[in-house]
Design a protein around this ligand. Structure first.
Ligand code: FES
Length: 110
């Protein structure tokens, strides 16, 4: 994958047609890396770590993995936490349902 100076890993990936999911990123706003849904693994000098590619600068020789079992687990956990925080339950298992709707479950009428 090629990148121009000043590009982030996310921008370089998108230009190369590589899909990385995002939630808080918008191309017309300054990235701030809040949600971490975009998480990828980067490797440099034999050392790897997870980073938010929407904020991480693309560098020469950087190895980037956009999809691994570890990344999938991290993204799943982040999305589940976001859903619970928003008052929604992914899959309806926790019993938390937004009280502002007047519903006690996804199936009950308001
Ligand atoms: S898209 Fe939210 S941290 Fe990158």
């Amino acid at each position: 994958m090629r990148a121009r100076e000043g590009m982030t890993v996310l921008q370089a990936a998108r230009e190369a047609g590589i899909e990385i999911p995002t939630l808080c990123y918008h191309e017309e706003m300054e990235p701030y890396g809040a949600c971490r849904v975009c998480v990828v693994e980067v490797e440099r000098g034999g050392r790897s770590r997870t980073v938010a590619p929407c904020c991480y600068p693309a560098e020469e020789g950087l190895k980037v993995r956009t999809r691994t079992p570890k990344i999938d687990r991290v993204r799943k956990t982040i999305l589940e936490l976001a859903a619970v925080t928003a008052g929604e339950d992914v899959g309806g298992r926790s019993g938390h349902w937004p009280t502002t709707t007047g519903r006690t479950s996804p199936a009950s009428p308001p």
